[in-house]
Design a protein around this ligand. Structure first.
Ligand SMILES: NC(=O)c1ccc[n+]([C@@H]2O[C@H](COP(=O)([O-])OP(=O)(O)OC[C@H]3O[C@@H](n4cnc5c(N)ncnc54)[C@H](O)[C@@H]3O)[C@@H](O)[C@H]2O)c1
Ligand SMILES: O=P(O)(O)OC[C@@H](O)[C@@H](O)[C@H](O)[C@H](O)CO
Length: 486
């Protein structure tokens, strides 16, 4: 079958030059920012997509002239859309000089990122992990940088030394205060350079680079062979770079740019002065619930998020988390109906066509929990309330880590940058109190405050004991949601 390319599919809009460099050319960027950029009229805003760790996505996209299909799976509808806003793709590991040149190019006015939570290499403090060997390697210089922050800062350094043109760095990962968090990591990197090198660079960055916050939302599960086969059947060309997405999409951006930008608002993005209420709402009501569904669902033997949310007991836990714990912890953005938002989120999760695997959402829990569940827990504890359902989500993660199997005895993958430490900290999976105490003592996840909270520890132990019993076969019924006070 003919491969997707501009020759095979003439008529896909093309940008006249590159205006955006994107670090982390995964599925999400292609289904979200690349679509918004095309809808805003690509013009001079072509994207240079950069892969960080392997050439696989570049090898998929280069023979296709950067074209790829978004396979939009609604509950009752399927739609294929070929997107042309990727103008260039490169693997940073193979072409560091080209990446540096692009980051320095004055026509590039936006540098965006989706490198996953762990890609920022943060220490327990949330600041740059200066003990990370790859961060140290990037700070030492002499070789091409390999970390996301290292590549970004070395690129800004090249820009400062050449065009000096202002640029906006747009973090599009699910991190709390993502713009400010990335600005701090960049500052940490500069501060750790030799003074004569780092100080002038930090001064230039402070005057020429902005780091607006964003809230990004579209459910984009990993692509399967079946998805690629469906696109081939529908389009009559083969596409190695298909991405799957739900119909819904949302992008809220802090309107704080160093230079011009695509007219993303014409494509439906919301430009606001304060993104924080939108971000907190999304992280706590959507992502928090997603993680709870992933862990409770996986333990109960559900393969997909849609299966988990169709389980009445787990759905009850999801609603409990949203309405009892998360909503009261939030300052919901004006004009947003929190109840309707929660219901819409659960409706999106229930879409059976997406087949978003519980084990995919369960990945990297050590990096995700602080943003998704622990903020809710801290705020509810501070208000003197018991975060019963949020604690249930955390306990489900603890059991996922400690037991490593579902209630049918099938193994569950622990895909997490701290996997070894987490397993060791969890200890003997038959001892709920030990599991809770051991995992609470991992400061990168829980800080130093939460292990001191005795009521929370007791609540986690109660949930953990019950869920451990479930996966060890001591309970037969499929009740993984429980209820406060019985
Ligand atoms: N998929 C979604 O539904 C969705 C929705 C909203 C936001 N996001 C954000 O986008 C991120 C990426 O999601 P995706 O669906 O594109 O995932 P993906 O697996 O398709 O791509 C992940 C990208 O991150 C890079 N990456 C992974 N680990 C890294 C590391 N240690 N250092 C540097 N780069 C690293 C990979 O090279 C790849 O480019 C998520 O972690 C999340 O923060 C995703
Ligand atoms: O992409 P991750 O692995 O950070 O998180 C998994 C999902 O919770 C997440 O991607 C949601 O689908 C997304 O945030 C919806 O906008």
């Amino acid at each position: 079958m003919t491969r997707l390319s501009r020759a095979a599919l003439p008529g896909v809009p093309a940008a006249s030059r590159t205006g955006i460099v994107h670090l982390g050319l995964g599925a999400f960027h292609r289904a979200h920012q690349a679509v918004y950029t095309e809808d805003a009229g690509p013009g001079e805003w072509g994207i240079c997509g950069v892969t960080q760790r392997s050439a696989t996505v570049v090898d998929q996209l280069r023979p296709q002239d950067g074209l790829f299909t978004v396979l939009e799976r609604g509950r009752d509808s399927v739609r294929c859309r070929v997107v042309g806003s990727l103008r260039e793709v490169l693997f940073a590991g193979a072409e560091p000089g080209l990446l540096s040149a692009r980051l320095a190019d004055e026509h590039v006015r936006v540098i965006s990122l989706t490198v996953t939570e762990k890609g920022y290499r943060r220490a327990a403090s949330g600041r740059l992990d200066l003990a990370d060997p790859l961060v140290r390697q990037d700070l030492a210089g002499g070789t091409a940088p390999v970390t996301a922050v290292g590549r970004l800062v070395r690129g800004l350094q090249a820009r400062c030394a050449s065009s000096g043109a202002p640029v906006t760095v747009l973090c599009c990962d699910n991190l709390t205060g993502n713009g400010a968090a990335l600005r701090d990591l960049v500052a940490d990197f500069c501060a750790a350079l030799p003074t004569a090198e780092g100080d002038p660079l930090a001064t230039w960055i402070a005057g020429h680079v902005r780091f607006p916050g964003t809230m990004v939302d579209r459910i984009v599960p990993a692509t399967t062979d079946a998805d690629r086969a469906e696109v081939a059947a529908r389009l009559g060309v083969s596409d190695e770079a298909v991405v799957v997405a739900e119909p819904f999409r949302q992008w809220v951006i802090e309107d704080d740019f160093a230079a011009d930008r695509p007219a993303w608002e014409t494509a439906g993005a919301l430009l606001v002065t304060d993104v924080a209420p939108y971000e907190a709402m999304k992280l706590r009501l959507l992502n928090g619930t997603h993680s709870l569904l992933a862990y409770l669902g996986a333990l109960a033997g559900h393969a997909t998020i849609a299966d988990a949310v169709a389980d009445p007991e787990i759905a009850r836990a999801a609603e409990g988390l949203q309405h009892r714990d998360a909503v009261p912890s939030l300052a919901v953005p004006s004009g947003v109906d929190a109840g309707a938002y929660c219901a819409e989120v659960l409706g999106r999760f229930a879409n059976p066509a997406l087949r978003h695997r519980t084990t995919q959402v369960a990945m990297d829990g050590s990096q995700k929990l602080p943003h998704r569940l622990l903020g809710t827990i801290r705020d509810r504890l501070a208000a003197g309330e018991t975060p019963y359902w949020a604690a249930r989500g955390v306990a489900a993660w603890m059991v996922y880590v400690a037991a490593g199997r579902d209630r049918f005895g099938r193994p569950l993958p622990l895909d997490d940058p701290l996997a070894g430490r987490l397993r060791a900290a969890a200890g003997d999976a038959r001892n709920a109190a030990g599991v809770v105490r051991g995992l609470l003592a991992v400061p990168e996840v829980f800080g130093t405050d939460l292990p001191e909270h005795h009521a929370l520890c007791a609540l986690l132990e109660e949930h953990t004991e019950e869920l451990l019993a479930l996966v060890s076969g001591k309970r037969c019924e499929n009740d993984v949601s429980h209820s406060p006070g019985g």
